[in-house]
Ligand binder design. Structure first.
Ligand code: FES
Length: 109
């Protein structure tokens, strides 16, 4: 039985056909992003405290790639692979959200 993670990261991995009006996080590099998250998890051997799961559409497709972190319910927009290390250090380990990537409150309305 795995341990209950302290933080669970959901990475939108939704793809849509070219020309689809909503676009998708797949068009914005989410698959590569997911690989970097998993690699970082492996290098830190953080399997007991952090879980990373690919997800379907999280909602704000035009702001992808989107990443959602629980238990806080923090949504990050426009996340790139260069942001992964900061999200790990500051939020997943340190407990402080990365302000510059936070979704605007309007995303939830
Ligand atoms: S496709 Fe990623 S949020 Fe919709």
């Amino acid at each position: 039985m795995p341990n209950k993670p302290i933080r669970h990261v959901f990475i939108c991995s939704q793809a849509r056909p070219p020309g689809h009006p909503r676009g998708s996080c797949a068009q914005k590099g989410c698959n590569e992003l997911l690989q970097v998250f998993w690699k970082e998890l492996q290098q830190r051997n953080a399997y007991d405290t952090i879980a990373i799961t690919y997800a379907g559409c999280l909602g704000p497709c035009d702001l992808g790639a989107n990443v959602l972190v629980y238990p806080e319910g923090i949504l990050y927009n426009k996340v790139s692979k260069e942001d992964v290390f900061e999200i790990f250090d500051r939020h997943l380990v340190g407990g402080e959200p990365v302000e510059r990537l936070l979704a605007a409150n309007a995303v939830w309305s």
